[in-house]
Design a protein around this ligand. Structure first.
Ligand code: G3P
Ligand code: MG
Length: 346
């Protein structure tokens, strides 16, 4: 039974420390579980000498599905129950903006999934690039919607509609058409299609779920991710307007995402120990120095908790090289990270 709120088990739950896990490159790589991951989670779930359970959360930049759906996937992949209460992905904090903007463009991910994520968050009027291409295929001359995409895209007239904000929820599956649409809106008069601003200071704001330039997949080298699209958008905006565009990126290493994680941890401690203070130590295990280690180290300076960064060698970080952001500890894999943290707490 993994229900940590069960009273009879409170005495067996570590009170002072928790683990935070990055997912890609730490627990999963290219859709496959990293071999040591299951044992690492079993150790935390009480299969250790003291029979102690150590709570943990997942903090991933990846996204593109509802938190519920992703947790079901993780439960199957990792053989442990993963609930949305312990899961934060790149776009999770964007839910807090659902009442701020009425009509929004949501970019990225498979099919209609990100539209559903946004609607689940409470966004009222969610438009996808497919809706815009269905309205006028000439918006993206080289992109032809598949029959399925055409059916799923909504029939709307964008002639007199303003798109108030752009949210890149997950990796774009078609950079050319997504970039074309994003740039048109950024340079438009107040987010209206087929217009060009004279001043380039009235386009909608743009938010990215994270800023990972590269990430770890099934391939032996890293692959470009959402941060690379962000660089491309910035470069083309500059080329076209001579101006710089302001973008906001969530996910690690942003403070907003670690703040969100802290609120989750406080709620958990409040429910379990009636203590709303965050835990003393958060062992944060990641594979990407630029997001995981940087984020954890920088947040450590603001936080009541000690954020203890641990770098693993199963993902983006190339063993033997000097990481751009220095972890407090480097280990081979996630199992070693868990053993190290538990030993340090003994
Ligand atoms: O697209 C996801 C990737 O950039 C990183 O995911 O789990 O390593 O934060 P994760
Ligand atoms: Mg990672």
């Amino acid at each position: 039974d993994d229900d940590l709120s069960d009273d009879s088990q409170i005495s067996n739950v570590a009170e002072d420390y928790v683990f935070g896990f990055d997912i890609d490159g730490v627990l999963i790589r290219g859709g496959h579980v990293i071999p040591e991951a299951k044992e690492a989670l079993r150790l935390l779930n009480g299969e250790n000498e003291e029979g102690i359970k150590v709570p943990y959360i997942f903090l991933t930049n990846g996204g593109g599905k509802t938190e519920q759906e992703r947790c079901l996937d993780l439960t199957k992949q990792l053989d442990v129950a993963v609930s949305p209460e312990q899961f934060i992905c790149g776009h999770t904090p964007m839910s807090e903006m659902a009442t701020q903007y009425e009509t929004v463009l949501v970019v990225g991910g498979e099919g209609e999934k990100c539209r559903h994520v946004a609607e689940n968050y409470g966004f009222k009027d969610v438009i996808t690039p497919g809706d815009l291409i269905k309205w006028k295929p000439s918006v993206c001359p080289f992109r032809k919607l598949t029959d399925e995409e055409y059916t799923n895209s909504r029939t709307r007239d964008f002639t007199n509609m303003n798109i108030e904000a752009i949210f890149v929820f997950a990796d774009s599956r078609d950079w050319a058409s997504d970039a074309q649409i994003i740039l048109e809106l950024l340079m438009s008069k107040e987010g209206r299609m087929s217009t060009v601003s004279e001043t380039f200071d009235e386009g909608p704001p743009i938010f990215f779920a994270h800023n990972d330039v590269v990430w770890s997949t099934a391939y032996d080298l890293t692959r470009y991710g959402m941060g690379a699209l962000r660089i491309m958008i910035e470069a083309l905006y500059k080329e076209s307007t001579g101006k710089s565009i302001d973008v906001t990126s969530y996910g690690k290493p942003s403070k907003a995402t670690f703040d969100y994680a802290t609120r989750v941890l406080q709620q958990w401690r409040k429910d379990l120990f009636s203590d709303p203070a965050p835990p003393q130590t958060v062992y944060f295990v990641g594979d990407t120095p630029e997001s995981d280690i940087r984020g954890s180290n920088e947040y450590d300076k603001h936080s009541e908790s000690d954020w203890f960064s641990i770098l693993v060698e199963t993902g983006v970080y190339e063993p033997g090289t000097e990481p751009r952001y220095k972890p407090k500890k480097t280990v081979a894999n996630v199992l070693e990270a868990v053993k190290f943290g538990m030993e340090r707490e003994r």
